[in-house]
Design a protein around this ligand. Structure first.
Ligand code: 2IT
Length: 444
């Protein structure tokens, strides 16, 4: 019961940081038994130290827009935990970014990175800057102003940022360019770089691909196959794109993608050039999916989420808490077999509890979407070696890593009735690795 009191203390200390408290609560609930079996963890204050980030940088980002007006945004980097390696995690540019979301993301990243088997600690950063409707020059000026502050806190062996929502290859390029100018070194420091200057093949696809490799393992564990299954995907950005590509390649039929404006339902499946068109949609910078419906003559559901469609597999690929209890009820009523979060904490706690209580296959983001950061780890390795691997080499390593994460989840998550509780499995496996590393390094 010790974890309950830790949670209560956190609620008092950080009132209103709802996403952060939600993420912590889920992990503490999962690890309760294991924690109580290890009195040495309690003595070393492992949980108390693990739930607070090592440090947080908050800074002002001033820049000038195309009309000559001064704009001011807030920038952040949360260095959460570096017990097993340098801080590692993405940068998010989205209007919703604040301390609660970045602390939840940094906390999740710490366990996710532990699961990848690679030596990476957890971190996350970002800004409330919204790229929507901004010109290329504005995005560049913003990225440069952001790095003018952040550069002194990051480095190849201290903290290695990458992309996330609103941050793709273009933004990484602009940030990396400014970073190099200030730091006078060229050792990587960012992942998700372009192929011409140290990026890794497969990194753009990796989160989606890894997600589908994980789903394949989940289905296999139940003697099922993804071939012929219908899939609902939310989002239409980099993660959704990789997921649609791999699901289609595996013989599944993806029938939805979505944006802040609503979702499209394509009963014939999103395949071939329609998948390429997702990239055009994203590059338009408008943050809408409705044009897909117009272009391909399919139905568009304004303001709605794709979870109301009858599908075998649901893959949230957009943002946290994008699938709630109501959505979960609809999916269950429609006989969904498997739900896997490719977004971070895509489902609300109530939705997750419902799936698990009904013994529905449910994969949590920190396991399912770990392929993205794992491939970032592979990019770091290639940078350190001053070598590039082929797409096949990277993809093979990614597959192996996802298989390994699945195995870890099964070891810690298999219930007496045979149901695999992936939430519990992923949380315990990630926690044990970080906790052991913290124990070995003393109270710091
Ligand atoms: O949420 C995530 O794992 C990411 N945005 C990727 C982080 C990374 O360092 O590649």
């Amino acid at each position: 019961m010790k974890t309950e009191s830790i949670l209560q203390a956190l609620e008092i200390k950080h009132p209103g940081e709802l996403e952060y408290l939600q993420a912590v609560k889920e992990v503490l609930h999962s690890i309760e038994d294991v924690y109580n079996q290890h009195p040495e963890f309690k003595k070393a204050g492992i949980i108390e130290r693990l739930v607070e980030p090592d440090r947080i940088f908050t800074f002002k980002v001033s820049w000038v827009d195309d009309n000559g007006n001064v704009q001011v945004n807030l920038g952040y980097r949360v260095q959460f935990n570096n017990a097993i390696g340098p801080y590692k995690g993405g940068i998010r540019f989205h209007a919703s970014v604040g301390l609660s979301s970045l602390k939840f993301l940094g906390f999740e990243q710490t366990f996710k990175n532990a699961l990848t088997t690679l030596p990476m600690g957890g971190g996350k950063g970002g800004s409330d800057f919204s790229p929507k409707g901004k010109s290329n020059a504005e995005v560049m000026r913003f990225c440069q102003a952001f790095i003018l502050e952040l550069w002194r806190h990051i480095g190849p062996n201290t903290d290695v940022p990458a992309g996330d929502i609103g941050v793709g290859a273009r933004e990484i390029g602009y940030m990396f360019g400014m970073y190099k100018k200030l730091a006078l070194e060229n050792t990587g420091t960012f992942t998700g770089k372009g192929l011409d200057y140290g990026g890794s093949l497969i990194r753009p696809e990796a989160t989606g691909f890894g997600g589908l490799y994980f789903v394949e393992q989940m289905l296999k564990a139940q003697g099922m196959d993804i071939k012929g299954k219908t899939v609902a995907v939310s989002g239409f950005g980099n993660v959704a794109w990789g997921a649609v590509l791999k699901a289609t390649e595996m013989g599944a039929k993806v029938v939805t993608i979505s944006g802040p404006d609503g979702y499209v339902y394509d009963p014939n499946g999103i395949s071939g050039e329609k998948i390429d068109y997702m990239l055009d949609l994203r590059n338009s910078g408008e943050d809408v999916v409705a044009p897909y419906a117009t272009k391909y003559g399919v139905e568009f559901f304004p303001g709605k989420r794709p979870w109301q469609q009858k599908v075998d597999i649901a893959l949230p690929c957009a943002i946290q808490n994008e699938l709630n209890e109501e959505d979960a009820k609809m999916l269950i009523a429609n006989n969904v077999s498997c739900v896997a979060e490719i977004s971070n904490m895509g489902c609300t706690a109530e939705a997750v509890d419902l799936f698990i209580s009904k013994n529905i296959m449910f994969g949590p983001g920190k396991a399912v979407n770990a392929g993205g950061v794992a491939t970032s780890g592979l990019e770091m390795t290639q940078n350190a070696m001053h070598l590039n691997w082929t797409a096949e080499e990277v993809d093979e390593k990614l597959k192996q890593i996802m298989k390994n994460i699945h195995e870890q989840c099964c070891i810690y998550g298999k219930q007496p009735n045979g149901y695999i509780n992936y939430v519990k499995g992923a949380n315990i496996a990630g926690f044990m690795k970080v906790a052991r590393a913290m124990m070995a390094q003393g109270v710091v």
